[in-house]
Design a protein around this ligand. Structure first.
Ligand SMILES: [Zn+2]
Length: 326
């Protein structure tokens, strides 16, 4: 392996404001690394023989245990933790033994892009170095503007419905619509659901450094769900203020409910304006191929579409006459 390691790579350093930013840029620049490699490939030979590869060097580097893409990290402290962990466990002796395709350089205060082969002439080298410099600058501006990466965190949590509703008799939910919307707490009520979901979101928001949690509850067509009321969200805002480290330190995570004062009809109209693909949305509490048309979620949805004069493309198992969509 050591003998094979006679390779020539181009390492480009770009200075950035802070360690946190260096780690964030390393994270965001990863998707551009294949392009940078493709632009620079120039190592088809090994010991005078054709390897059949455009970049033999990148394959050699791949064989090293601390090379390749870095682990996903969100900030400087995660990076420091990881490096210390690797040293403590004897995986590496010093930070110099980390040869990721991109890494924060702790001494120079730079983002160091190491994916490229060494181009054969100065002109190409300068072009690629300038390109990387522009890329880092663009990503840095993106971070300064507060642009977040589009992505999601998939939480593997127990379903509150399984924990709580299974203890109740589920039969009345879909059997018969024997209650009037808004007059009682519906049988589809899931115990403490929004409290549970917001609690997960609050913990995530705190560690991710998010400013706000947005939840699409609506209270206008009030159907009796107690955790859809404005007073509940005002109370949860207090939870966020008093129950998190950030909240107590004055950096309160905001609980936003942009739809809370909108009727279902207004929400449908807004969705029509935005071109929401309604066929991909679902409201029914009953699983299956078709929405039941009976549960109060279906009823409120149908009422919203009817009042907005819009067509609900979902297939319904049963449609009350008055509720037939456009
Ligand atoms: Zn339904």
């Amino acid at each position: 392996m050591a003998r094979r390691l006679v390779t020539f790579g181009l390492h480009v350093h770009v200075g950035v404001d802070s360690g946190d930013k260096a780690v964030m840029i390393c994270d965001r620049i990863m998707r551009h690394l294949p392009t940078l490699l493709a632009l620079s490939v120039s190592s088809p030979f090994w010991e005078g023989r054709r390897t059949g590869l455009h970049s033999h060097r990148s394959k050699v580097m791949e064989g090293l245990p601390t090379a390749g893409l870095p682990t996903q990290m969100r900030n400087w402290s995660e990076y420091v933790w990881l490096v210390n962990h690797m040293i403590d466990t004897g995986f590496i002796n010093t930070i110099r033994e980390i040869w990721w395709d991109v890494r924060p350089h702790h001494q120079f205060g730079t983002v160091e892009v190491r994916i490229c082969d060494m181009p054969a002439n100065l002109h190409d080298t300068l072009a690629i170095a300038s390109f990387i410099q522009c890329l880092v600058k663009a990503l840095s501006d993106e971070i300064d503007q507060g642009t977040v990466e589009i992505g999601y965190v998939l939480l593997n949590t127990p379903n509150p419905q399984d924990i709580f509703v299974a203890r109740l008799d589920p039969a009345p939910v879909f059997e018969h619509n024997n209650y009037v919307i808004g007059q009682a707490i519906p049988v589809t009520y899931v115990p403490a659901r929004n409290t549970i979901l917001l609690s997960y979101a609050l913990g995530l928001a705190e560690v991710m450094g998010a400013n706000a949690i947005v939840i699409a509850a609506t209270a206008v067509d009030y159907s009796g769900y107690v955790d859809c009321r404005p007073e509940f969200y005002r109370a949860f805002q207090e939870v966020a203020r008093l129950g998190t480290k950030r909240g107590v330190e004055g950096d309160v995570i905001e609980i936003r409910t942009p739809l809370i004062a909108m009727s279902k009809a207004e929400i449908v109209r807004k969705g029509e304006d935005l071109g929401v693909p309604w066929a991909l949305t679902w409201s029914c509490y009953k699983g299956g191929e078709r929405a039941c048309g009976v549960c109060d979620s279906c009823q409120l949805r149908l009422k919203g579409f009817r009042e907005a004069g819009a067509r609900d493309p979902l297939p319904y198992a049963r449609l009350p006459k008055a509720a037939k969509p456009g």
